[in-house]
Design a protein around this ligand. Structure first.
Ligand code: UD1
Ligand code: CA
Length: 452
């Protein structure tokens, strides 16, 4: 059986008070529209259409492989769905409709509602939820026998209707033929002068079709993001959900409320995550690592038994048993090997550092290729930029770079060589030699007396 889905993302989201279209506001680092489209796709819907309008080009870029339909004027959710009439003209089957501002729906829920809808043989199935505070949501009106009758928007609701705690989550399954047939009949005759999608339901019932309600167990899943307060609530819910998943997989998270892990990151068993740690953009952490406090990993890949504290690692990899920080900055394009030590106040950029090398403190390493067993002394720097171009520094295995050295790139230090502390190195250093590149010390005996 072929299934379709429609995701509505054309509205402006006025209550966000933002230049950015609402679907692009991020929850746990991912634009809301991407979260929901990814989950709809993961649920296995065959044809997925995104309805865009306000900021449409930008919104489409967040989900570039999704087919889209343009709603030129935002006349309501019913009107938005109606824009798919042509692309679905050849389709006869179940269609899921969901909104881009309800980003927390689970893949399993989309699958479950589709199954429920088909079992019921319903024309429409609405996912509903019970909220202690239902303010702002459409309320579900049921008849005496408990069947859903209609949905009344907050702005159109009477005082007694406002007391109802069961809300419309904005996610539905419809029989596509009946959906488009009844969309022709809805009118904008309501408080917001909009074409409301849920208004098809009473029309279907009128003609003897079945409307069903699927009550969500976990109401939090259906939170709608209309303003920044709800955005923060959604963030908290998803953050907890992600942390819980990692914890159940064997990761210790000292304080899940202060640990910020984006979706699609991996953490190996027995790793411990300390507070105020940000794990972002598909970062991967191996087993038995210790990460944090105060760490940000963006697209970083860590081996096993890595210890990293008070540090930022961007688009780089860190080998097993290496320690990083406190106060280190690893910039994009860096590959640190195993059993290395990158210490305090060290910046490494676009460099390779092979196994068992140490850069323990106060150093800058940029555009360098460093062998194994190398020791870079305190205050040593690669002088990689001449004001116009970046140049490479090569330091071969087992070299020792004395403290406060300047390695003026391009330059090569061959295997096993030593650079004396305080040197400024401008020429290649041969293997196993000692390079001293500094002014000789002169002591002027009794100097103070003659000056005086
Ligand atoms: C909607 C529902 C309400 C439900 C709530 C759940 C309607 C009429 N109301 O209310 O019953 O409880 O969601 O969160 O459906 N959109 C378009 N084009 C438009 C208008 C909206 O694409 O012309 C999109 C928006 O971008 C948004 C979604 O539809 O993603 C919902 O619109 P919104 O205005 O936020 O509806 P609510 O008032 O929250
Ligand atoms: Ca909404």
């Amino acid at each position: 059986m072929v299934t379709s889905a429609i995701v509505l993302a054309a509205g402006q989201g006025q209550r966000m008070k933002s230049e950015l279209p609402k679907p692009l506001h991020k929850v746990c680092g991912i634009p809301m529209v991407k979260l929901i489209v990814d989950n709809v796709c993961a649920a296995g819907f065959d044809r997925v259409y995104l309805v865009v309008g306000h900021g449409g080009d930008q919104v489409r870029q967040a989900v570039p492989h999704t087919e889209y339909v343009v709603q030129e004027e935002q006349l309501g959710t019913g009107h938005a769905v109606d824009q798919c009439r042509e692309v679905l003209a050849d389709f006869d089957g179940p269609v899921l409709v969901t909104y881009a501002d309800t980003p927390l729906f689970r893949v399993e829920t989309f699958k479950a509602v589709l199954e429920f809808h088909q079992k019921q043989g319903a024309a429409a199935t609405v996912i509903t939820a019970e909220f202690a505070d239902p303010t702002g949501y459409g309320r579900v009106i049921r008849d005496d026998r408990g069947y859903i009758r209609q949905i009344v928007e907050e702005k159109d609701a009477s005082d007694s209707e406002k007391q109802i705690k069961e809300i419309n989550t904005g996610t539905y399954c419809f029989d596509s033929r009946l959906l488009f047939q009844y969309l022709k009949e809805i009118t904008p005759d309501n408080a917001q002068a909009e074409y409301y999608l849920p208004d098809v339901i009473p029309l279907m019932i009128r003609d003897g079709h079945l409307a069903a309600a699927y009550l969500l167990q976990d109401a939090e899943e259906s939170i709608g993001v209309n303003d920044r307060v709800q955005l923060a609530q959604a963030e908290q819910i998803l953050r907890r959900r992600i942390c819980t998943e990692h914890m159940l997989n064997g990761v210790t998270i000292i304080n899940p409320d202060q640990t910020y892990i984006e979706p699609n990151c991996e953490i190996g068993r027995d790793s411990v995550i300390y507070p105020n740690t940000y794990i972002q953009k598909w970062a991967k952490i191996g087993k038995n690592c210790s990460v944090g406090p105060n760490v940000r990993l963006e697209a970083a890949v860590l081996g096993d038994h890595v210890t990293i504290e008070q540090a930022v690692v961007l688009e780089s990899s860190i080998g097993s048993e290496t320690t990083v920080g406190p106060f280190a900055y690893i910039r994009p394009g860096t590959r640190i090997g195993s059993r290395c030590r990158i210490g305090d106040f060290v910046e490494v950029k676009n460099s390779q550092v092979a196994d068992q090398s140490k850069i323990p403190h106060l150093a800058y390493v940029g555009d360098a290729v460093i062998g194994s067993g190398v020791n870079i002394g305190c205050g040593a720097i690669t002088v990689n930029y001449d004001g116009k171009q970046k140049h490479q520094t090569i330091i071969e295995d087992n070299c020792f770079i004395g403290s406060n050295s300047n390695l003026i790139a391009p330059v090569k230090i061959n295997q096993g060589a030593y650079v004396a502390a305080g040197s400024t190195i401008t020429k290649e250093v041969p293997a196993n030699s000692l390079a001293i590149g500094r002014a000789r010390q002169v002591n002027k005996e009794g100097w103070k007396k003659t000056e005086g």
